[in-house]
Write a protein that binds this ligand. Structure first.
Ligand SMILES: Cc1cc2nc3c(=O)[nH]c(=O)nc-3n(C[C@H](O)[C@H](O)[C@H](O)COP(=O)(O)OP(=O)(O)OC[C@H]3O[C@@H](n4cnc5c(N)ncnc54)[C@H](O)[C@@H]3O)c2cc1C
Length: 493
């Protein structure tokens, strides 16, 4: 059976791997000239920049995919655990580095508040249970029936999963210091909401962060996309780059053909891994859409971001590979993302320097500095605003590290809301998809199935959610459902 996949981001790539391995003829159509989607990279003037994700957590998900493919991951990827995992800068001009070793980490927490190490041990022990149940019982569910969630381990541990308690409440009940609380709130920021609106079930991410570690694949996050493309190609999948899906031609409840950059292409079975909202609202004829514009408008989206890619002709020893500037108030910044969308008065931001771990990603004596400032979706975006916030971030880096990055810039490029819209057809210019609030979790997400009989969705707007590991799993779920559908059809025909 021929299967057409729209989009070569992580979710589309994984779907391509599983389905081509089963012997299907898979064609992946991608708008851009390379794979990776939000995880693309670019190279310029000797610098290499990952354009999107930079935190690699839960590497076992990628390892399991390679094992399912019968491949040895070491033949494709080399990964190393970062130590320190990251550095946090505080308002009082102090900083905290998060070590990989657990005994060292407990000592760091002992320094943050009385008995901090023991409190962290207890917190992570509870988070481990949530992680184990979450990854084994929820992560790979397609979210189609409530009965999927019925499981004896879930029932037995229901109250320990803290589905109705917020991360904020859980963390603040256990920890008293601002710094310990901030470190433990940080991972849920990936989920696109404030910690008081995210179920404490997601403290499973603290377990992934602090216990399982932060990893770096040599070649950057883009190398994960290249590895997946190579695996899919080894099973015969082909890639059609610079192919922009423009319209679906539908008949009798099925997609008959798709226009890709002006070319009509007949299809059998389709997986759309491009942004769900765009495919549903722009490509599918109205009568086959499951959701309305107001449904999408009411959905809570994770933030967009202002990104800066900076080539700096000076190494800044004060910065580690990952750096969090938590020297302003998270709640106030959060309000300007979610409650009164606007450019923030005093933003938190993140700085990444992969050349700290892999010097080849910058010329000798230089840093490749990537800055990310979370920003409300759909606010005004222009050069003046982007530059204003670059200055704010560089001033803060100077204040904390003593290095005047601005006077050492030899390359700069920004990326923001308008680019997310133009490059990924991202609804309201979102960067990370839908927020993982309780009302947008599991079966309550936009469905992976479609009203069109031969279409399935995958990617960060459907199950299981935003982020690299969920996007990978999403492709796996879509491939499994597609494969079952094809088998059922063969049995009944
Ligand atoms: C700045 C940033 C930082 C992030 N940081 C992290 C992080 O540190 N850790 C983490 O786990 N996650 C992070 N994420 C989230 C993570 O990158 C995404 O959740 C994940 O990569 C999404 O994969 P996807 O396959 O769902 O979508 P995408 O990567 O967006 O893939 C969809 C693909 O579809 C293509 N496409 C769109 N429209 C069309 C069309 N009409 N025709 C053909 N192709 C089309 C796009 O070009 C794209 O290649 C980050 C995201 C961003 C943007």
């Amino acid at each position: 059976m021929t299967i057409d996949i729209i989009g070569a981001g992580f979710s589309g790539l994984v779907a391509a791997c599983y389905l081509s391995k089963e012997g299907h003829q898979v064609i992946v159509h991608e708008k851009h000239d390379k794979p990776g989607g939000r995880a693309r990279n670019f190279k310029t003037n000797g610098f290499t920049f990952d354009m999107g994700p930079s935190w690699y957590w839960m590497p076992e998900i990628m390892e399991n995919i390679f094992a399912d493919m019968g491949k040895n991951i070491q033949d494709y990827l080399s990964i190393e655990r970062l130590d320190p995992a990251y550095k946090v800068f505080w308002k009082d001009d102090e900083s905290t580095s998060i070590p990989a070793d657990m005994a060292d980490l407990y000592s760091v927490f002992d320094g943050l508040e009385p008995n901090g190490g023991q409190k962290l041990k207890d917190f992570l022990s509870d988070a481990e249970l949530k992680y184990t149940i979450g990854t084994q019982k929820f992560l790979e569910k397609p979210g189609l029936k409530l009965t999927e969630l019925l499981d004896s381990a879930v029932f037995k541990n229901f109250f320990k999963l803290d589905i109705f308690k917020s991360v904020e409440k859980d963390v603040c009940n256990r920890f008293s210091s601002h710094k310990a609380r901030s470190i433990l709130r940080f991972p849920v920021l990936f989920l696109g909401e404030m910690p008081n609106r995210i179920p404490s079930l997601y403290t499973m991410m603290n377990y992934a962060d602090l216990k399982l570690g932060t990893w770096y694949p040599k070649g950057g996050m883009y190398s994960l996309a290249v590895a997946l493309m190579q695996v899919a190609e080894s099973f015969g999948a082909t890639f059609n780059f610079n192919a922009n899906a423009e319209q679906f031609e539908c008949e009798d409840g099925r997609i008959k053909a798709i226009q890709f950059s002006g070319h009509r292409h007949e299809v059998n079975q389709v997986i759309a891994s491009a942004d769900y909202n765009f495919v549903e609202q722009q490509l599918i004829p109205e009568k086959y859409r499951r959701y309305s514009p107001s449904y999408w408008d009411k959905k809570k989206f994770a933030p967009s971001s202002l990104l800066w890619f900076l080539g700096v002709d000076k190494i800044n020893p004060g910065l580690e590979h990952h750096n969090l500037f938590f020297d302003e108030d998270l709640i106030e910044h959060g309000k300007q993302i979610y409650e009164a969308p606007s450019w923030p008065d005093s933003p938190l931001f993140y700085a990444c320097v992969t050349s700290r771990t892999e010097p080849e990603t910058a010329p000798e004596g230089c840093d490749n500095l990537f800055l990310l400032m979370p920003l409300a979706t759909n606010v005004e975006d222009n050069e003046a605003l982007r530059n204003k916030y670059l200055k704010i971030m560089l001033d803060r880096i100077k204040k904390h590290t003593g290095v005047d990055v601005e006077s050492h810039l030899i390359y700069k490029k920004s990326y923001c809301i308008d680019d997310f819209k133009a490059d990924y057809n991202a609804y309201k210019g979102n960067a990370y998809g839908l927020a993982n609030t309780l009302m947008q979790t599991a079966n309550l997400k936009p469905k992976i199935t479609s009203k069109l009989e031969n279409l399935l969705f995958c990617g960060q707007l459907t199950v299981p959610g935003p982020g690299v590991p969920p996007a990978l799993i999403s492709g796996k779920i879509a491939a499994k459902l597609t494969s079952e559908k094809i088998k059922n059809k063969l049995i009944h025909s």
